[in-house]
Structure formats: C-alpha cells, structure tokens
Design a protein around this ligand. Structure first.
Ligand SMILES: Nc1ncnc2c1ncn2[C@@H]1O[C@H](COP(=O)(O)OP(=O)(O)OP(=O)(O)O)[C@@H](O)[C@H]1O
Ligand SMILES: [Mg+2]
Length: 259
C-alpha cells in the first residue's frame, strides 16, 4: 500500500466528441510530491483527460476530487481556484501582448488611483513577473516589455511555466512541453521541470519522449483508447513494457506499481 496522500483523483471520467468516445471511464490518482508521466499513442485521450481536469472540457460522467474532496470544476478559472495550473502545448499565451500582460492575463493586479479609481498596477506586475522568471532561473529574456511572439519556443514555455508556478500552484499539468523543440531548448525546459520537482509540486507530465519520462517521472501511467492501460514505477519500468502497454500486447504489466 502507498503511504502518500492523494492530491488529485479522477473517478470514472467519460467524455465523447460526437461519435468519438475519447475517455471511456478513466480512474487516475496523483499523489503528494510525485511526478506522473502520462503516456500513450496519438489519440489515446491524454489531452482530453487533462482538459477535463483543468476545466476546459466538462466530462459527460465522473468526478474529480482534490485532497479527497469532491471538486466542481466547470471552467478553467474553477480549476485555477483549486490550484491546478496547466501549460498547454499551444501555450495559450497571447502573442501580441508583452510578457507582463501574459503573466497576469485574467488576474491583473489593480490599485486605487487617488483613492477612488481602479487602475492596473503595472509596476507591481512587472516586479512579480521578473521575480517569477528569476525564481525558475530564466535570465535570457532581456526586456519584459517585449511582445511574447518574439520569444523562442523554449522561452515561451518558460514563461508559461513561471506563470503557472507563481500563483500558488498546487497541481501542475504539462502537456508535451518539449514537443517541437530543439535539444538545447528541451534541456532547459527539462531542467525547469526538475527544479519544480525539487519544490515537491505534484505534476502530471504528458510526453511521448521515453528518455524525458525516465529522467523526470516517479510513475508512468499509460493510456490506450480512452482508458488507463496500466502503470509502472519509473525506477522499475523498461522501455518495452511501456510500448507493450501503449499498443496493447502483453496485458498484465504494471502490476508492480501497486506493490
Ligand atoms: N475537440 C475535439 N473534437 C472532436 N474530437 C476530439 C476533440 N479533442 C479530441 N478529440 C478526439 O478524441 C480522441 C482523443 O484525443 P486527445 O487529444 O485526447 O489524444 P491525445 O492522447 O492527447 O493524443 P496526442 O498524443 O496526439 O496529443 C481522439 O480521437 C481525438 O480525435
Ligand atoms: Mg494530446
């Protein structure tokens, strides 16, 4: 039996899009301090699952529990209120806005001008953006007033990650953060993830990269055709076990994760 406390639990989540049953009753747990890699072939349902957790999609059925309490997550802002921060592959950053605006998108800091008029507190937002970027070791961005679209893919990921962690994140979800990135940029993002892991932030990392998953995760959960196909403790996992679970041969792997 595990001793860890459950931070997040989803029970029997189902979600369909028209005739496509994207999730067919998914049960999933995330424990305190752990990094779970969510793997599976294209179309297995990984992004749909995390979008249900982060309030982008409303599941057809099933429940989500945060620290054992049933949560009502109907919108992304509901998820944020629960401390769930998600970095999507498309990043959902507004390219034409500067870094500070992106950092605070939807939760801008307000101050009172002359004691009556509410105005944006740009100074405070700039200071917090700088601090957030520094706290995760990003020093490559020259000016915070640059438009976000001028950043490289890696810098954008770093910004999205620092945004995620600077608002009291309790659960961090990353959907393929290193996809379509060069080796150097990937390395930086992996190092960032490892730093967040040191801070014991529970994380779900979707990745197709076995080397990254082996380096970063504690546990590997594999999805296939809208269901959980199995799980493995990363320390005991073999590459071929992961592949077998992904493609659906050799059922029965993954039991060791229960020990
Ligand atoms: N918004 C949508 N509308 C219609 N079908 C969708 C939608 N989102 C996902 N699907 C379908 O649901 C299934 C699961 O998709 P999902 O994006 O969750 O897969 P995934 O595991 O994240 O794949 P990948 O590794 O390619 O990102 C697929 O068959 C996909 O076509
Ligand atoms: Mg996906």
């Amino acid at each position: 039996m595990r001793e860890e406390k459950t931070v997040l639990e989803v029970r029997n989540i189902k979600k369909h899009f028209g005739g496509v049953q994207a999730l067919r009753g998914v049960d999933f747990k995330l424990f305190e301090k752990e990094t779970v890699a969510l793997m599976g072939d294209n179309g297995a349902g990984k992004s749909t699952l995390i979008k249900c957790i982060s309030g982008v999609y409303l599941p057809d059925e099933g429940d989500i529990f945060i620290h054992g309490e049933k949560a009502s997550i109907k919108t992304p802002s509901d998820a944020r209120k629960e401390g769930i921060e998600t970095v999507y592959q498309d990043l959902s950053l507004a390219g034409q806005m500067d870094l500070i605006s992106n950092m605070f998108l939807g939760r801008e800091l307000i101050k009172l001008n002359l004691g009556i008029m509410k105005i944006l507190d740009r100074k405070a937002m700039e200071a917090r953006t700088r601090k957030a970027l520094e706290s995760i070791g990003v020093s490559t961005v020259q000016t915070l007033k640059t438009e976000t679209r001028n950043l490289s893919g890696g810098q954008r990921q770093a910004l999205a990650l620092s945004r995620a962690v600077s608002f009291g994140v309790k659960i961090l979800i990353l959907d393929e953060p290193t996809a379509a990135m060069g080796i150097k940029e990937s390395r930086k993002i992996i190092d960032l993830i490892l730093r967040l892991k040191e801070q014991e932030i529970p994380m779900i990392l979707i990745s197709h990269s076995v080397p990254i998953v082996f380096e970063v995760s504690d546990r590997i959960v594999i999805m296939r055709q809208g269901q959980i196909a199995g799980e493995l403790r990363t320390a005991h996992a073999k590459h071929e076990d992961i592949v077998s679970l992904m493609v659906g041969v050799g059922e029965g792997f993954g039991k060791e994760a229960e020990k």
